[in-house]
Design a binder for this molecule. Structure first.
Ligand code: PEP
Ligand code: MN
Length: 353
């Protein structure tokens, strides 16, 4: 259920409605919009009489949301959600495309700084890299753990890049939330409901990757889990799904971008690296992702992909990433978006200090 407040409803009126909802044992989520505030009600509203709220002052109407996702839906918030960051001009969901780049795994300080310097010079505002890696084999490199998070924090300090890294479980979530600017929930965890709820109680944006076989509705419901706990800063990420096609690692489902944008106000970015698994397909699919209207890209880049400890085959060389940025700049303009220029570089930008 959704309470739509009048355009000029006061803060006190919004507060009174929220209090009333809470007194019924339900949770109120006030979602301010440009035109008006909507208050989403979560919990089990069976016991509630919509009439009781409809009569309260400042209330325009009480509507039943027929879709299973409520807070994620455009019914709750008509305009796009824009997620911005203190101390950065990078954002998700605005006119500027969010470009997230970096290695699959954080391997060492030298490797991380070498890649960060290049992606920052190319114009990325967000730096990715896994400190906790979900690997198919227990014998494969599992990530540096907290040491990796410290290296990422040093990258933020040095290059001003915002840090995105994956939380694999309860324990790593607490650490990731302490160090990172954006918490990544990986494809394999998209329906790890306890992890989603816990991420929903953090006060950091969450990038939620689509599960390998998740439908659009399952994807949006996973985002709803996070929002239902009070964290409204969710970024969706399409990273390819499993199909019979075997010319790529996954099948990048670009059609989900306009499908999400029609139903939800949340930003959606595309990861063509995991989406294809092949370096030579990352550039063409990045072009396509921008053309289809994605709010950003997440791309794996490595200064020495042949020796990468994970996903070297799909990682771009830094020069290829430069080319990608050039190309998406012209495509972005056609779809009324923008790709930012080089990040202002630190005075002594010597990699691997
Ligand atoms: C990653 O981004 O490094 C990753 C493991 O992605 P996914 O969860 O999409 O496989
Ligand atoms: Mn990877």
């Amino acid at each position: 259920m959704l309470v739509v407040m009048k355009a000029h409803a006061t803060e006190e009126q919004v507060h009174a409605v929220c209090e009333r909802i809470a007194s019924l044992g339900l949770r109120a989520h006030a979602i301010p919009g440009v035109q008006r505030t909507a208050i989403g009600i979560t919990g089990n509203p069976c016991a509630m009489e919509p009439g009781a709220l409809e009569e309260m002052s400042g209330v325009q109407e009480v509507i039943q949301v027929s879709k299973p996702y409520k807070l994620v839906s455009r019914d709750a918030k008509e305009e796009d959600t824009v997620i911005s960051f203190a101390g950065s001009d990078g954002s998700f969901g605005g006119r500027d495309l969010a470009v997230v780049a970096g290695p699959c795994s954080i391997e060492s300080r030298e490797q991380t700084f070498a890649v960060a310097e290049r992606v920052s010079r190319a114009g990325a505002r967000f730096f990715r890299g896994g400190a906790y890696k979900p690997r198919t084999s227990p014998y494969a490199f599992q990530g540096l753990g907290e040491e990796g998070l410290k290296i990422m924090a040093a990258v933020r300090e040095r290059f001003g890049l915002m840090i995105i890294t994956e939380a694999l479980d309860d324990e790593s979530l607490d650490l990731v939330a302490d160090y990172a600017d954006v918490i990544q929930i990986g494809a394999r965890n998209m329906q790890n409901f306890s992890l989603l709820k816990k991420a929903g109680r953090k006060r950091k944006p969450v990038m939620l990757k689509r599960g390998m076989s998740a439908t659009l509705e399952e994807f949006l419901m996973a985002a709803e889990y996070i929002m239902s706990e009070g964290n409204y800063e969710v970024i969706l990420c399409e990273r390819g799904v499993r199909t019979f096609a075997d010319h790529t690692r996954n099948t990048l489902d670009l059609s989900i971008v306009p499908a999400v944008q029609r139903l939800s106000h949340l930003p959606i970015v595309v990861d063509p690296s995991h989406g294809t698994g092949k370096r030579n397909k990352v550039l063409p699919l990045s072009r396509a992702a921008v053309a289809v209207g994605a709010d950003g890209l997440m791309v794996e880049v490595h200064h020495d992909p042949d020796h990468a400890l994970s996903d070297g085959m799909q990682s771009l060389f830094p020069d290829q990433f430069d080319e990608l940025m050039q190309e998406i700049r012209s495509i972005a303009a056609v779809v009324h978006r923008n790709v930012q220029d080089s990040q202002p570089q630190p005075a002594i930008a010597k990699a691997g200090r």
